[in-house]
Every structure is written in C-alpha cells, then in structure tokens.
Design a binder for this molecule. Sequence first.
Ligand code: CUK
Ligand code: CUA
Length: 652
Amino acid sequence: MTKTVKDPTAQIEAAPTKHDGESDTSPLHGAPIKLSRRSMLGTTALAGIAGASSGFVGGLITSRPAHAQSASSGNKPEDYVAPGQLDEYYGIWSGGQSGEVRILGLPSMRELIRIPVFNPDFTIGWGITNESKRVLGKNFPPGGDGHHPHLSFTDGHYDGRYIFINDKANTRVARIRCDIMRTDKIIPIPNAQSIHGLRPQRVPRTGYVFCNAEFRVPHPNDGRDLNDPKKYFTVYTAINGDTMEIAWQVLVDGNLDNTETDYEGKYSAATCYNSEDAVDLAGMMRNERDWVVVFNIKRIEAAVKAGHYKTIGHSKVPVVDGRHGSKLTLYVPVPKSPHGINATPDGKYVTANGKLSPTTTVMSWSKIDDWFAGKLKEPRDVVVAEPQLGLGPLHTAYDGRGNAYTTLFIDSQIVKWNIDDAIKAYQGQKVNYIRQKLDVAYQPGHNHTSMGETRDADGKWLISLNKFSKDRFLPVGPLHPDNDQLIDISGDTMKLVADAPVYCEPHDCTIVHRRFLIDKVKRKWDRGDPFFAETVGMAKRDGITLEKDNKVIRDGNKVRVYMTSSAPTYGLEEFTVKKGNEVTVVITNVDQIEDLTHGFCMANYGINMEISPQETSSVTFVADKPGVHWFYCTFFCHALHLEMRSRMLVEA
Ligand code: CUK
Ligand code: CUA
C-alpha cells in the first residue's frame, strides 16, 4: 500500500447545505423538519438505485482527474513521516474478502504487517503449520469475509489485549492477540448465518463481544421450512471475549446489520434493514421505517440465569426470546433500512444512519434508560435528533469535540455536523447543524476517526474507506483497488491529505494511538508462549529440549524431526524417512536477535513456515515422494542465507 501526494482538489463546500424546494414535512420524522425534494426518494426510486447494477455509480460520481502535486511549496504534507520515524497511530484494517487483518501506520498509511485470520497464508504458513491449524480447525474453509475489526476495551479505553473480527462468509468470529499480532481463536457461531456487525463491550470491559447474524434462516437450519420465510429468524450473539465461548443469544424480529455498545455496560444495539422479513430486494425496502433493536444486557443475563431460554438443534447455547413484546429489548422505529450504528465518545448518544433515508437518527442512552424504566410511552421517545445530512448515510465517526462525520455513499461525500445543534434543530430551533461537506473519491462506506470509538477520541484524523477508486490510480486491470482517504480533521475544516489504494475490500478500520499498543507488542517470542505450548508438550513427551536438541524420533509410521535454527544453519544437515511416513518437523529458532526470522520450505511439498526469534513452529505432512528433498530458509537472515538448507532423504 503506497500513499500518494496531497490532493489539491479537495473541495470544501460551504455550509449550510442548500435545501432547494423545501416544502415537505417528512413522513419519516417525529418532529417537523423540512426535507429537500431530492431527499424524498420513494421506494420506487430507491429500488432504481439499489437495482442499477451498472449505471448508478458511474452516473452519480463525476470523475475528477488525478492531480499530481507539485512539490514546489516545500511544505511537508500533514501525513509526512520521515524515514526512520515511527507513525503516531496504528491503523487496524479489515482485509475484507482476503480474510486477513492489516496493520498500517498512520498518518503515513504505510502497511506494516498482515495478520492472516480466516485465510491461508504461505508467508508465515497460516493454514500449514500445526499451530495455525489448531486455531483454524481441521477442515477450515478457504477464507472469510472480514468487516469489523475492533479492539478490546477496559472502561471505554483501548486496553491493547485483543482485536476481534467477524467472518460474514462463514459465520465465525476470530480473536487476534495484540502482543504477537496473531490470531489465537476462531469460533463458529451456532443458530446463525453470516456474522456481520461486531462490537466489543466497552464498559466495564470486554467482556462480551456482541455480533449480529445478518441472514434470517429456519431454526434449526437443517432442511426444514425451506420456503417458509415466516419461519426464518436471526439471532444476536454475546461471546465471552476471555474464553471465546458463546454466552447467550437473543432471538429477534427482522434481520440484523451493524451493532454498537454503550459506555455504561447496560445496553447494546443493532440496526435492522429488513423489518419486512422479505426475501427479495423490493420487499426489503417496502417499509419507510425499519428499526434499531436495543438489548438490555442485565435483563438478558437475568433471563438466562432464571432458565427462561430455549436451545436450538444440537447447540447448547441459551437463546432468549427478544422479539416484539419482550421485556429484554426495545425496538426503535428508524428510517429507512438503517445501516451503521455508532455511539458518541461522550457516552450520551448513539446514531443510526438511514442509508435509504437522508437522515441519521440520534438516540439518547439515558432516554433508553427511561424507556426500560417505563417512564416513556413510545419507543420513538428515545430519539433526540434526526438531522438531514445527504444521500446514503452509512456510518458516523466522532471527533470528541461534539462533531460527527457521516459518510454519504450516494453523494460521495463526508458530512461534518454538530450533534448539539442537530438536537436543537429537532426541538424546533432554527440552527444549522451542517458544518461542512467534503467530496471523497468515491462512494464511502465506513469512516473512522482517530480514537473515535473510545473515551479518548482525539479528533485528529479521519479515514474515509471508499468503495471505488475509478481514475485515482494507475490502471491495474478491470478490478480496481479501493481508495482509503486520509482526512485531517484537527482544524475547523476537513482537509483531504492522502489517497491510499488498498486491496478489496476493507469495510472498516480502527485508528489507535500508539501509546495504547506500542509497549504491549512483543518484539520476539517468549519461550513459554501458549501459541505453541501444545508443540512444546509433544516435545516434552519425546524427551526433547527444544532449545538445544536436534533429534529424530521414530514412532511406528510417524517420524518427529526436532531441530533448531540459528543463522545460517538448521540443527540437522539431513534426516531420513521412509515413503509414506507421516513426518512432523518441529523447528525452534534459537536466535535471540530481534527481527532475525528464519523460514522452513520443503521443496515440492507445498510447505513453508516462518520461525521468528524464540518461536517454535511445526508442520506435519506425508512423505509421499521418494528422493532427495532440500529444505531451505525462506527469510533472508544472513549473508549465507542461501546456504541455509539441508536435505530430507525419502527412501522408496
Ligand atoms: S458494513 Cu460495509 S460499508 Cu460490513 Cu460495517 Cu457498512
Ligand atoms: Cu535463515 Cu535465511
């Protein structure tokens, strides 16, 4: 991932937005707010937009020529990070359909490392080594579709323990250890199909990891009720983030899209874009309002404890009923097919972005308290603002100074707006809450501010994750990279700073100040690390001291080969096995020097793995090809790196 120069074409549209032809009172609103004509898209128009597989995107964006920046000013761009300097922020990027997580440095947007999660990876041997197979499971699917990487919290601050991410493709959730930046758990979610939204509990800590199953399916989904969508359901899931076991699930009405949690540990909430329970596009867009479901965590825990749950099929997970009428949930009607849901860092509000409505709905957590306490009549009474922002609002991020930044997918803009002013406008005051609209290139989905999903929101940087790059980069074939744009939000106006092409399709990211991670990240392995503890246990049973022994253990048809690696040699110059033997090679990198990684590649066996300083890695394969097979080091480790190779002799 390379960054490009500053974009001098950054357009700033003067606030306020013009509401041409203001005349209609929105039927979507509780309060009388004037909506512009173009916001009044009926279902037919929306169907046109959603259905236009070709024309709509190309038609709506105006292609801007890429301007090369003349470096004449001599000013360093805001994102300049000099050679040898460290970035101020870690960017935790979803790798989308690649199934990986990527770690970037910000503001440079330099890609630092990739963490294979749901995907096999030949570089480090993810999906090849025994250690990774224990995480992936035996018959792991070839990949995953990661959308939402989020760090664990303690009291609303990042605590640098874990990153969690969903797999929409194969209905799983993974955990990455921040200290080694390696995936350590992947679990399937039962009674569900397609895990989409994911958010760790903020307070008191993570705690729960909440995740949404997006697709409604029969329960159990074993061939019954195939064509009876009325019997389809979906569930909201709470995972115990410490054990990665499922704590409970909640049966809901409609589907689930994105999820969010509060700053008090009382509630989580999810958007629903299919309150219609439809199985076709037009049907899913029929209602003018869908809803946000709010989950009352204490009440759900009490219901589980009291045994007020059922189980589904073979799963033992307690499933409580949170459908309409349940005391465990609150359904807030919200226009229209809402998508992103984001809590403000002051802990007061949560916004649901309208997607097919030009509005964002702002709800108050304390009013949600009141509703559950029976003090409010209507679910909509928890709404405190519903600003009209522009077309296709998807996600909102915050600067910690009372401003919100919402992506407008259809308008291809980021709109900056003020939360307090939006609340005043909802109460009928004449205030302009729009601060600025900034064109982005093109069609943004998620955005994220530096530290913006924590109490430590610092309002310095905003990332716009754009789905289309069109003409912004050198052409590289029919598949274009996405374009992640870095925006400086430290001043009164947003300033576009850099374009960063990325391999498709990072839906989401988080931006973490380095002070929350830099001291937690290990620079070499601890010999006692649980990641390879099972392999250490096997060696112990074989009477092997991994740090010094170079030995072959024969155990019937099984052969275990233990060796060290130390630049530029393996501990064994050769080992001999018989054709058909099941061979396990265990390598311990005894080098102590930071960054001195070795590899192990067995020629013509499809095997490669990484062994970083003080790490033990192992791989098991059947020696099915007789002959001489050189194994060699794949990480350039020494002037004699090419000579770091030995032989496996396979007897016929
Ligand atoms: S979702 Cu993709 S742009 Cu999976 Cu968070 Cu909104
Ligand atoms: Cu060891 Cu190259």
